[in-house]
Write a protein of this length. Structure first.
Length: 100
């Protein structure tokens, strides 16, 4: 059985035992949380109101920061050059079960 969850403006396909990196969430390592799926698949597929009875349980594994990404801006002829960097915060969560 798998589910599609939405968090941080993105959708993720998960099943029990998966560890995924999502946008930064509140909570310490070891905390548990319940996520609402938008689609459940497996033997039969469910979405819409039929999926409202399902819940995806997850455990926070760690918080961290992703790799550094460099942004370069350049305009020819006017000697305009900019270079900045960015590191995105993430939370790694482990899917402990899909119940419903």
């Amino acid at each position: 059985m798998f589910a599609i969850i939405q968090t941080g403006g993105k959708q993720y396909r998960v099943q029990e035992g998966d560890v995924i990196r999502v946008e930064s969430l509140a909570g310490e390592a070891g905390d548990t949380m319940d996520l609402t799926p938008i689609f459940v698949g497996g033997d039969q597929t469910l979405f819409g109101d039929a999926v409202s009875k399902f819940v995806v349980s997850a455990e926070v594994v760690e918080h961290g920061r992703g790799p550094k990404i460099y942004i370069r801006k350049y305009k020819s002829g006017v000697q305009y050059r900019r270079r900045t960097g960015h590191r995105q915060d993430f939370t790694a969560i482990k899917i402990t079960g899909i119940k419903g």
